[in-house]
Design a protein around this ligand. Sequence first.
Ligand code: ADP
Length: 465
Amino acid sequence: MSLRARLTLLYTSLVGGILLLFGIVIYQLVSINLVDQIDELLARTASDLVDSMRLNAVGELDMDLSPDLELATNVYVQLWERNTGLRFASASISHLREPLAPLDRLPAEPVYRTTNVGETSLRVLSVPLSLGNRLIGALQVGASLAIVEATQRTLLTVLIIGALVSMGLAALAVSLTTYQALASLERATSVALQITRADDLSRRIPYQGPQKDEIGQLIQAFNQTLSRLENLFNTQRRFVADVGHELRTPLTVIKGNASLLRRMGCADEESLGSIESEVDRLTRMIGDLLLLARVEAGKMPLDNRIVEMDTLVLEVLQQTRVLAQDRVRVQLGDIDQVLVCGDRDQLKQVMLNLVENAIKYTPAGGEVRVELGKTDDMARITVSDTGPGIPPEDLPHIFERFYRAEKSRTRTSDGKGFGLGLSIAYWIIRHHGGQIDVDSEKDKGTTFCVWLPLAEGEGDCQSEL
Ligand code: ADP
């Protein structure tokens, strides 16, 4: 059964149940009230009649109906005497020889009973009549319950019709409200199914209702999940394409050189060198890829210690000056004593990537400058160069895997770059609780700025990261 049908059934039964209870209570109250009114009439009449009673000359009970004692049309009276039986009956029941209510024994006190005489239901009050301590007879005053029954029937009809109409309205209201609410869910389900069938993660579920209600939030969450999945799939697709592309060139070179060697029948030094360098390149790329996969997934264990960044920067400069040779000047700018908490090898890898890039992309005669400073709680390391700068359209992408600005692909003839160095740096810094920014101006140069939380002491180093 659908949710809508279940909700409609539930609420309709609930309304029906409440109305049934309510109806029973009303019916009972009205019935009791009507019978009470009849009982009151009977009591009043009986009291008037008892007042009008006397014993005649022979000691028999007699009733003297005074003219101002008018019996209501539906009130019947019988006077029973212990010895002589029926002494008086009102005109409309003069033919009746039976008591209005069973009178096997004379009642010791007034008793109300509901009985049937023929087809008619009667409410009968039997009042004992006594002389001194001796019971001498009973007065029975009865009234037809026809009016009570008619009222009960009308009330029952009104209650049943009222209950049915209310249940119908409740069913309609619930059905309409749930239809509106569930229609959005049904639409969402059908779009979700279409997305699955068409394998199209670019679609989103439309929702016109209020964004803050439960369904709006559900659809928003679902759309966010779709965006994330779309991004992941696109990244993965791009990654596979990039890896394929990067692998093809060295493999073609290796295959070409190997075929050449076979044709020549002897080992040619140049071909062997080329094979070796391409194999080195492949090995480096696979190493970088594995490293990136690990840092990106946060699976790279961090050997957290206090790291003296000033010493580390000096080491990096010394190491990279070899690469710069006389082509580019590598300068050390302002340098503070700075302690951070982290994995020394990984932080060194970041610094090497940044400084090597700066040297690599800066033309001969240019300058690379490294500075180290600190603010209140952050260490700041800047690597700036006087290179060609990064085009604004490339800037937002340079930390993505395999991303290389178009010019860099052609400018660096050494073919050493894969577009992985900055991604690795980005993830390492991120896992150290820091941040890496870039600022670049065309033909003026590029500045990379790394921010890392300052270490307060050896003790809190393990827990900080
Ligand atoms: P690559 O191996 O190509 O250097 P990176 O991830 O280290 O890969 O850098 C990504 C891209 O960012 C480079 O291809 C280059 O286009 C650009 N880039 C990085 N550093 C610099 C820099 N100092 N000057 C100019 N461009 C740079």
